[in-house]
Design a protein around this ligand. Sequence first.
Ligand code: SF4
Length: 260
Amino acid sequence: MQTSVIRGTANGTISAIAYAELGDITSSQFTALAAMQRELNADVRLSNRQNVVFRNLTEEKLRVLYDRLDAIGMARPGAELARDVVACPGADTCNIAVTQSRGLAKAIGDELEAQGLAEVGGVRINISGCTNSCGQHHASDIGFFGAERRAHGQSAPGYQMLLGGYVGQEQIHFGEKALRVPAKAAPEAVARVVRRFANERVAGETFRTWMDRVGGVDKVADELRDLDFFPTPEENPNFYIDYGETGPFVAAVGDSECAV
Ligand code: SF4
């Protein structure tokens, strides 16, 4: 529970984050969240990491809130940690998406869980299904935007990976281009970077400070370059099918839901 609680040291405020995986909340969960807000007389906000934040809590209310959230599957520890990958709608609903950004977000979360890295703190992962940045990939520690790749005469889903973006005191610092990877190699690329960051950072060090200290974006990317590899369609057809799709990847563009 403690990983999702924020205690203000200056005036003793207590806030708690309800975890919405991929930003998804069902209608019954929304109804339950509204009931919690009334019961606890709490201030409720949506966060830009696609979670629900309860503010103005007390220690007593915190226990009640945890039990209520647990009952609807939103008390899972680790909200806003590495497992909390943010993605735009992508090809699920957006007509100008190049790739299935939500599918990649799920795959990255699963890979981090499998490698024991899901609860590493201090690293934000954001994904956009095209260059339009609705997933805020440009201002994230680890960012991706979808891009068509071609390999062995076929189209394939791919991503440009960026590293080191963050929101500073007075301005946004964009992430720097690291390398392009096949969509199906992106989860392993994230796991390698998160593992290295977790092993090498010193106390209180941000992702960007760590990246600069170890030599910058190119040095970090050097350890990922073997992942920018496409087997032939005969060797591994999976590299030519996007997440959640059943047929070969086809890049087709229509009207967007947010950028036109
Ligand atoms: S236009 Fe926005 S929502 Fe659509 S794929 Fe691009 S970044 Fe995602």
